[in-house]
Every structure is written in structure tokens, then in C-alpha cells.
Design a protein around this ligand. Structure first.
Ligand SMILES: *[C@@H]1O[C@H](CO)[C@@H](O)[C@H](O)[C@H]1NC(C)=O
Ligand SMILES: *[C@@H]1O[C@H](CO)[C@@H](O)[C@H](O)[C@H]1NC(C)=O
Length: 335
């Protein structure tokens, strides 16, 4: 492996990444199941906490107990109550089959978003594969917006200054894929209160049958290995489907045509050491071709999931850019 093909990372990040790789390989079985017992034993989770920590309080809200659909609500506590706050609906990553809204890493990410943006963050705990296949994840993602639209949100702990007419979708990796499909569904929905005005698409997980140049070139980088991603698509897609399915190759020949659909202004985040980067750029180009507002943000030295690691410089840069994006999109709808 040449040095130009290896990201420069602090040793602490490297150790965490190699643990994550070992972990995600250890829990996946060759017979297409996941060892949830091992996950529950090893994966660090944190409970919701009504006592503000780092300027944010949290609570868990159940939408539908029969399918374990719930979200963690993050409310910034240091913003004056007369300042209205955008609402960010967030979908965590994990290849559609790992992690959760109460995973320590994502609790941290959403807390940071809530405090920095500032915003009310709704982090969705959607169903996972292989126990549930496509489109369960998207159904849960969309039903969360429907819940926000229909429920008396103040009864579920929403602050009075949460502004549902300034809703953003955000997600990383598989969560970025989910956000896109929820955005498409929202464009066709008839919401009364919820208005989806923006999307933060962080290194979305897309694919296709034919490998791209970056997928061929970047092997041996953390997290995204084709053996892993192939396994994840296989247990997510309907039986017998391939990676040119509309859920995976979103801008491909079987893609849903979004030209006539309302679609939120989107910021696509790409890392130069992420094998998925070619597909993410293609997604951005496709949004533009379809007449949608989109902006591409490139971090040439960054790996997949870089933003989860606060010790990485680009992670802070990303937060600044996202703040700026949210502010600009909110200003536009005001005028
Ligand atoms: C897969 O393997 C695990 C562990 O060996 C076993 O407990 C499980 O029943 C198997 N599942 C299927 C669907 O074959
Ligand atoms: C995905 O779609 C594109 C066309 O939009 C197509 O060229 C490609 O073969 C498909 N599969 C990939 C990239 O694997």
C-alpha cells in the first residue's frame, strides 16, 4: 500500500477504527445473521438524561412499541427560549444492520449537533437488517416525520420553540441513504406542519453492480471494505435483488425520477479516503441534473465516518460548514 493511499490519522483514532473493523466482522455470521447478543454485550450505549450535559438534555420518545420505533430527543438548554430552533431528524449509520440511537458515538454526535447548530435533534431508532429488510428502514424513517407532523409534540417533551416548518434531514453512511429516501417520500407527502427544507447527506452509503474507480483503488482503508458492504446490501435488499436496485444505485437506470418531486436543498459531504466517494459525487451530479439545489463539500484527507471523531480537524470544519448551511437555508425560507 503506497502512502498516498493511506490516510494520516492520530493513533487513538486508528485504534478505535481497528476495533470497529474487528467488531463489525465478528458480529456478522456467514449464514447471513447477526450476533445481537455479542453486540449488546460489547456496544457502549448511554441512557437518556434529563439533566443537561454539555448544554443538552435528552429523552426517549416511543412512536410504535410493536416495532421498537422510537427516537432520542436532544434539546439544547443554553439557547434563550424565545429563539426558535430548526428540527434535525437524524439517521445513524451502521450499514442498515448495526448501531442505534442510544449508541454512545451517536449520542455524542447528536449532542454536538444540538449544542452547536443549535437545533432540536430527533435521532431515529429504526429497524435493522437482517431481521428486517428493505423498505422497513425507510418506513420507520418516514413514519417518524409523520409522527412529528401529527402528534402533539409538546406532550412528548418538545420545547415550544422547536420549529417544524424548518425541518432538516441528516444522516451518515446508511443513514445518509435513508435520509435521501425519506426526502423523496416527504416530497410526495402532504404534511400539515412539517416542512423539510434541507438535507445534510454525510458520506451516504450507495452502491452499484459495477465497481467505481475509487472502490477499486481504495482497499485496506477503515470501515468500508467490499466484502463487508456486499454482505450488508445482501441482507438489506429483497431476496434475489442486486446492487442496481433503486435503493442502492440511487442515480442509476432504475432510480426513481425526482425531477417532478419537491426535494430539499442538499449538502453532500465527501471524503478523499472513502471508497464510496465516486458514488457520492455521482449522487450530487444527479441531484443537479434533476434540477435540485445541491452543494458538494470535499474533505480530501478524510476517511469514511471522519466526522464522528472530534479529534480530527475536519470534524470541526464540517460542523462549521453545516452550521453555515443550516443558517443559509433557514434564511431563504424566511424571505
Ligand atoms: C446462523 O448461525 C447461528 C450461530 O451458528 C445459529 O444460532 C443460527 O440459528 C443460524 N441461523 C440460520 C438462519 O441459519
Ligand atoms: C448505476 O447506474 C449508472 C447509471 O446511472 C450505471 O452507469 C451503472 O452501471 C450502474 N451501476 C453501477 C455504477 O454499478
Amino acid at each position: 500500500m503506497s502512502t498516498t493511499n493511506s490516510p494520516v490519522l492520530p493513533w487513538k483514532t486508528k485504534i478505535i477504527l481497528s476495533i470497529l473493523d474487528v467488531f463489525s466482522d465478528a458480529v456478522r455470521r456467514t449464514n447471513g445473521t447477526i450476533n445481537r447478543r455479542l453486540i449488546n454485550f460489547m456496544e457502549p450505549k448511554v441512557p437518556a438524561n434529563n439533566i443537561p450535559f454539555q448544554g443538552v438534555k435528552t429523552s426517549d420518545v416511543t412512536i410504535d412499541a410493536t416495532r421498537n420505533l422510537w427516537f432520542r430527543l436532544f434539546t439544547p438548554t443554553e439557547t434563550p427560549s424565545d429563539v426558535s430552533l430548526p428540527v434535525i431528524t437524524f439517521y445513524h449509520g451502521g450499514g442498515f444492520c448495526l448501531l442505534s440511537a442510544d449508541a454512545k458515538a451517536y449520542d455524542f454526535v447528536c449532542r454536538r449537533f444540538a449544542r452547536k447548530f443549535p437545533a432540536v435533534v430527533v435521532s431515529v431508532n429504526y429497524r435493522l437488517s437482517p431481521e428486517y429488510r428493505f423498505p422497513s428502514h425507510y418506513d420507520d424513517g418516514f413514519d417518524t416525520l409523520k409522527f412529528l407532523d401529527e402528534a402533539k409534540t409538546e406532550n412528548f417533551g418538545f420545547p415550544a420553540n422547536a420549529d417544524l416548518s424548518r425541518c432538516f434531514l441528516a444522516g451518515d453512511s446508511a443513514g445518509g441513504n435513508l435520509a435521501h429516501h425519506v426526502a423523496v417520500r416527504s416530497g410526495k407527502a402532504d404534511f400539515k406542519r412539517v416542512r423539510v427544507i434541507g438535507q445534510i447527506s454525510i458520506q451516504p452509503f450507495f452502491g452499484g453492480e459495477k465497481l467505481t474507480e475509487s472502490e477499486i483503488r481504495l482497499v485496506n482503508v477503515p470501515l468500508i471494505a467490499s466484502e463487508r458492504t456486499d454482505w450488508m446490501w445482501k441482507v438489506f435488499l429483497p431476496e434475489g435483488e442486486n446492487k442496481d436496485h433503486e435503493a442502492v444505485n440511487v442515480s442509476g437506470p432504475r432510480a426513481f425520477d425526482i425531477r417532478g418531486v419537491k426535494y430539499p436543498e442538499t449538502m453532500v459531504v465527501v471524503g478523499g479516503f472513502d471508497p464510496l466517494q465516486d458514488r457520492q459525487r455521482e449522487f450530487y451530479e444527479w441531484l443537479k441534473r434533476s434540477g435540485k439545489e445541491a452543494k458538494l463539500l470535499e474533505y480530501p484527507k478524510s476517511i469514511h465516518a471522519f466526522y464522528v471523531f472530534p479529534e480530527l480537524f475536519e470534524s470541526s470544519l464540517f460542523i462549521e460548514e453545516a452550521m453555515d448551511f443550516i443558517r443559509k437555508v433557514c434564511d431563504k425560507v424566511k424571505n
